[in-house]
Design a protein around this ligand. Structure first.
Ligand code: F6P
Length: 546
C-alpha cells in the first residue's frame, strides 16, 4: 500500500474524530438537498447513501483514496485481461462472459469472445432442448426435474439467481445439491423419478470432494434404476477440467466448458449458469447478461464520483476502516433475493477475507467485513433488535423493488416497502430519552414508571444504512445488482491492495479433511491429531454404533 494511501487513511481518521459529534438527523436538517447530493442513479437503479455519516469532505477524501490506490488503473487492467490474479497467474475476465457478440476481449493476445459465444450457443441449444422436451432421458421421456450438483460458486450463483427469477421460471423444476451431508442428496432424490431427472455436475476443478461424492452417488442412484447405459443421457457437466469430466463418463456433447480466468464465485455468467438458463430460457438469460454488461460499461466509464460500485465500495471502506464496524448486513426486502446474502458472503468474504497485500506483506488496514443477512421483513422479528439497540453499530444495505410480480397482492408490496423505509428511517432517527419518556406519559403511564421504562426504549439513532432501489426484479435488474456487488468487492480489494481473486484460506481445512477421512472410517486417530479432535473422534466413533 502506498504512502499516499496510508496518509489519506490517516486524514480520514482525523476527519472522523473531528466530525464525531455530527448526527444523521443533523446532517439532513442542515442540508435539505442531502438525498440528491448523496445518491446516484443509473435509470431505475438508485443507490442512496445519504443515511451514512459521509459529508462532502468525507466523500472527497474517499475519492482521493480510491485515486491514490490506483482504482481506475486496476479496473482497466482487470477489464482488459491483464493477469491481475498474481498468485495464480490468471486474468480475471468474468466480465467477458456477458459481453455482447462481436466484441473483442484479448487474453494472451487471443480473442476469447468466439469461444465464449460458442459455449453460450451450445448451452442455449441444450437448454432449449430440455425445455422443449427434445433433449430427453434414456427412455425418451421429457425431463421434469434438473438437479445441479456443485458447491460454492458452482452452486450459490445458480441457486440464488433461480430463486430470484422465480416469476420467469417456466422450465423444468430445479434442485440444488451442494452439501456432502448425504441428507442433501437423499432428501432431494426421494421425490424424484430417475426416468425424468437430469443431473448437471458443476465444478470448475472437477475435484471438489463434496461435488464428486454427490455426483458418484447420484450416478449410482440413476444407474441402479435405469442401468449404466442411461448415465449418458441423464448427466451433463460444467467444468474447466474437460479431461476429468470425460473420465467421469459424461459425453462430450454434454460438457460445457469455461476457463481458468473465471473465478468460481464469479462464474454464474459462464456455463455454471446452465440451470438458470434451463429455468428461464435463453432470451431471459441474455437479458441477465445484458444487465451485468451494462453495469460493467458504467463501472468502466463513469467518473469515480458518479460511479455506483465505487461509491458503494467507499461507504464500505468508510464503515470498515474508519468507523471500525466489523460486519455489514445485507437485507433484501425482496423474498426472491432470499439467497443473495449467502451468495454475497462467498463473493465478498472469499474475495476480500485476506491478510496480506498483493506483494505478500501484512495489510495495514482491516480488510473484508463479515457479510450477513436475511430478507426483510423476517429479519425485523429476529436480529434487528441488536441493529437498533445493540452496542456495535451494523451498517445495513437494504434492497427494494418499486414493484412486485404478484397480481392481487399489491398491498403486500406496499407493506413491504413501508417496512423497508421505516427501518432505515428508524435506524437514522433513533429516539431520545425525553421522547421515550414523553411517549410513555402520553400513553397514561405514571411518571415513576415512565422513568424506569424510558431507558429501555431509547434508540441511539444515527445508525448507517445504504438503500439500493430498482424497478422490478427481472433478469436485467438482477444482472445489474450482481455486477454492482462484484465491482464493489473489486474496488474495496483494490484500495486494500489485496488479491481479491484467489482463496488460499480454504485449502488447509480441505487438506485436513482428506487426511482425516481414513481416521473417521477406522476410528483410529493419527498421533498428530490434537487432544480435542482425538477426543471428539473417540466420542463420535463410540456413539456411531449406539
Ligand atoms: O473451496 C472453495 C472453492 O474453491 C470455491 O472458490 C469454489 O467456488 C468452490 O470451492 C467449488 O469449486 P469447484 O467449482 O472447483 O468445485
Amino acid at each position: 500500500m502506498s504512502a499516499d494511501v496510508d496518509r489519506i487513511f490517516d486524514t480520514l481518521a482525523e476527519h472522523r474524530a473531528r466530525e464525531a459529534g455530527a448526527t444523521l438527523p443533523g446532517l439532513f436538517a442542515a442540508d435539505p438537498e442531502r438525498f440528491n447530493r448523496f445518491s446516484l442513479r443509473l435509470d431505475d437503479l438508485l443507490l442512496d447513501y445519504s443515511k451514512t455519516s459521509l459529508t462532502e469532505t468525507t466523500r472527497a477524501l474517499l475519492l482521493d483514496l480510491a485515486r491514490a490506490a490506483g482504482v481506475e488503473a486496476k479496473r482497466d487492467a482487470m477489464l482488459s485481461g491483464v493477469p491481475i490474479n498474481l498468485t495464480e497467474k490468471r486474468a480475471v475476465l468474468h466480465t467477458a462472459l456477458r459481453r455482447r457478440a462481436g466484441e473483442v476481449v484479448l487474453v494472451d493476445g487471443q480473442d476469447v469472445m468466439p469461444e465464449v459465444a460458442g459455449v453460450l450457443a451450445a448451452m442455449g441449444v441444450f437448454a432449449e432442448g430440455v425445455r422443449a422436451g427434445t433433449v430427453t432421458g434414456e427412455g425418451g421421456e421429457r425431463f421434469t426435474d434438473v438437479v445441479n450438483i456443485g458447491i460454492g460458486g458452482s452452486d450459490l450463483g445458480p441457486a440464488m439467481a433461480t430463486l430470484a427469477l422465480a416469476p420467469y421460471h417456466d422450465g423444468p423444476r430445479l434442485h440444488f445439491v451442494s452439501n456432502v451431508d448425504g441428507a442433501h442428496l437423499y432428501d432431494t432424490l426421494k421425490s424424484l423419478d430417475p426416468k425424468t431427472t437430469l443431473f448437471i455436475v458443476a465444478s470448475k476443478t472437477f475435484t471438489t470432494q463434496e461435488t464428486m461424492a454427490n455426483a458418484r452417488s447420484a450416478r449410482a442412484w440413476l444407474a441402479g434404476a435405469l442401468g449404466e447405459k442411461a448415465v449418458g443421457s441423464h448427466f451433463a457437466a460444467v467444468s474447466t477440467a474437460l479431461d476429468k469430466v470425460a473420465a467421469f463418463g459424461i459425453a462430450s456433447d454434454r460438457i460445457f466448458g469455461f476457463w481458468d480466468w473465471v473465478g468460481g464465485r464469479y462464474s454464474i455468467w459462464s456455463a455454471v449458469g446452465l440451470p438458470l438458463m434451463i429455468a428461464i430460457g435463453t432470451e431471459a438469460f441474455r437479458s441477465f447478461l445484458d444487465g451485468a454488461t451494462d453495469l460493467d460499461a458504467h463501472f468502466a466509464t463513469a467518473p469515480l464520483e458518479e460511479n455506483l460500485p465505487v461509491l458503494l465500495a467507499l461507504t464500505g471502506i468508510w464503515h470498515r476502516d474508519i468507523c471500525g464496524y466489523a460486519t455489514r448486513a445485507v437485507i433484501p426486502y425482496d423474498q426472491h433475493l432470499a439467497r443473495l446474502p449467502a451468495y454475497l458472503q462467498q463473493l465478498d468474504m472469499e474475495s476480500n477475507g485476506k491478510r496480506v497485500t498483493r506483494e505478500g506483506k501484512p495489510v495495514s488496514h482491516d480488510t473484508g467485513p463479515v457479510v450477513w443477512g436475511e430478507p426483510g421483513t423476517n429479519g425485523q422479528h429476529a436480529f434487528f433488535q441488536l441493529i437498533h439497540q445493540g452496542t456495535s453499530p451494523v451498517p445495513v444495505e437494504f434492497l427494494i423493488a418499486a414493484r412486485g410480480h404478484e397480481p392481487g397482492l399489491e398491498r403486500h408490496h406496499a407493506m413491504l416497502m413501508a417496512n423497508c423505509l421505516a427501518q432505515s428511517e428508524a435506524l437514522m432517527r433513533g429516539r431520545t430519552l425525553e421522547e421515550a419518556r414523553d411517549q410513555l406519559l402520553a400513553k397514561g403511564v405514571g411518571a415513576e414508571e415512565a422513568d424506569r421504562l424510558a431507558p429501555h426504549r431509547v434508540f441511539p439513532g444515527s445508525r448507517p444504512s445504504v438503500s439500493i432501489a430498482y424497478g422490478i426484479l427481472d433478469p436485467y435488474a438482477l444482472g445489474r445488482i450482481i455486477a454492482l456487488y462484484e465491482h464493489r468487492v473489486f474496488v474495496e480489494g483494490a484500495i486494500w491492495d489485496i488479491n481479491s481473486f484467489d482463496q488460499w484460506g480454504v485449502e488447509l481445512g480441505k487438506e485436513l479433511a482428506d487426511t482425516l477421512l481414513p481416521a473417521v472410517e477406522s476410528g483410529v486417530a493419527p498421533p498428530s491429531l490434537s487432544g480435542s479432535s482425538a477426543g471428539l473422534l473417540a466420542h463420535l466413533t463410540a456413539q456411531a454404533v449406539a
